[in-house]
Design a binder for this molecule. Structure first.
Ligand code: S5P
Length: 259
């Protein structure tokens, strides 16, 4: 089903994701952008069976504590979800290693994190060292493109980012601009088959979102070469969140079958 991607992606986390996506018939990573642990756990319990991964912004949760957060981690485990903390690390390698620890202790529960390439290639080693400090292994998604208007990630930046990630055992793939199918096609051409592309900026209602966000259709994103669609408000902002999750799952999986 995943054809070339299955045989070419070396990272074991990529294989785990592909397996979960087939079992659940969904390429959806839920962007669970809610402000309390209760709300997060409630949402995961509702839509967990229809999503393949869970993305968090731990630093926007009002009632975070190491104890309360374990409820989110457990809910993810019960639903067979890889946990992806969208931290967007951007500092020098050594500081990124330190930021994997601290109050949120991301290294101890996140399987995947995002990082910008802006500070240099060594950020990847810094993050990997953070996981190594607690004897865990995780995957980095480098931001190669963004969905927000006016972002500064131009073509040369994208090329350098892929150069950093190519062949790295720590880089599972790239964030691409889900709002623009042409950009995804271009990104896939540069990345090849060996790493994943995850795309935010997708919504069944396409066009401009809040505060500079832009949306493309999930079907177009997958057909263009995206492996996982990152969906936030399209699901958590819906009046019927289960129906919405099912719809994004069906659209994305059908597009994979066609691809
Ligand atoms: O370029 C990007 C990269 C990311 S990771 N654009 C994004 O929107 N994101 C994230 O995807 C963002 O942090 C948010 O959690 C999610 C999009 O949410 P939505 O509500 O617009 O679907």
């Amino acid at each position: 089903m995943w054809s070339g991607r299955w045989s070419n992606c070396a990272n074991p986390l990529a294989h785990r994701l592909m397996e979960v996506s087939v079992r659940k018939q969904s390429l959806v990573c839920l962007a669970a952008d809610l402000n309390s642990v209760d709300e997060l756990v409630g949402l995961i319990d509702e839509v967990g069976p229809h999503i393949a991964a869970l993305k968090t912004h731990v630093d926007m949760v009002d009632d975070f504590s190491p104890d309360s957060w374990s409820r989110v981690v457990n809910a993810a485990k019960e639903n067979d979800l890889l946990l992806f903390e969208d931290r967007k690390f951007a500092d020098i390698g050594k500081i990124s290693q330190g930021q994997m620890a601290g109050i949120y202790d991301i290294r101890n529960w996140a399987d995947i994190v995002t990082a910008h390439r802006i500070s240099g290639p060594d950020i990847v080693d810094g993050i990997a060292a953070g996981w190594a400090d607690v004897e865990r292994i995780g995957g980095v998604l480098l931001l190669a493109q963004m969905s927000s208007r006016g972002n500064l990630l131009d073509l040369q930046y994208t090329v350098e980012t892929i150069e950093t990630g190519r062949g790295s055992p720590h880089v599972i793939g790239y964030i691409g601009n889900g709002s623009n199918a042409n950009e995804i096609v271009e990104l896939r051409r540069m990345v090849g088959e060996g790493q994943m592309i995850w795309t935010p900026g997708v919504n069944i209602t396409t066009g401009d979102g809040d505060m500079g966000q832009r949306y493309g259709h999930p079907r177009d994103a997958v057909l263009a070469g995206s492996d996982i669609i990152i969906v936030g408000s399209g699901i958590h902002g819906s009046t019927d969140r289960i129906a919405a999750a099912k719809e994004y799952a069906a659209v994305s999986f059908q597009a994979l079958l066609e691809r």
